[in-house]
Design a protein around this ligand. Sequence first.
Ligand code: RP5
Length: 169
Amino acid sequence: MAKRPLVAIIMGSDSDLPVMSEAAKVFDEHKVPYEVKILSAHRSPEDTAKFAASARAKGYRVIIAGAGGAAHLAGVVASLTTLPVIGVPMETKELKGIDSLFSIVQMPSGIPVACVTIGKTGARNAAILAMQILSLGDKKLEKGLARFKAALAEGVRRKNRDLKCGCGH
Ligand code: RP5
């Protein structure tokens, strides 16, 4: 039987999918069950509110919300749930994603949204942060994250060993 999704990856439009699928890839690598939905704070506000209000009871433990421009999705969802919400700002043509970043990060007191980097790096980091939250109650995931961090460090050591600095060493 398929496992219940622990994370909801939501986004304002299908145009966000190429970025948000980076989060899905991380969950696939670590075998974390997730679900993907398109919900818009502005274009389908009632559906968004219904999703947010029922998300905890449905069994989700973390919500990742990607949006661009006047990116209110993460904030609106955070206002309607007690689950942790991580916002991913999309890069935009006009303002390069600064609009999305400020819209997500500048939340009023009492309604936090954890905001990550603009674009694909942000989507990946959102997934890693979500897994770190989930790992508080999941030893297997905790070990997987420790291995992931060890691999990052090993990658840097390898680059350092392979470094040809041209300085005679
Ligand atoms: C936001 O508007 C979406 O999150 C997307 O980043 C942006 C543009 O949406 P489309 O016009 O491409 O549907 O709501």
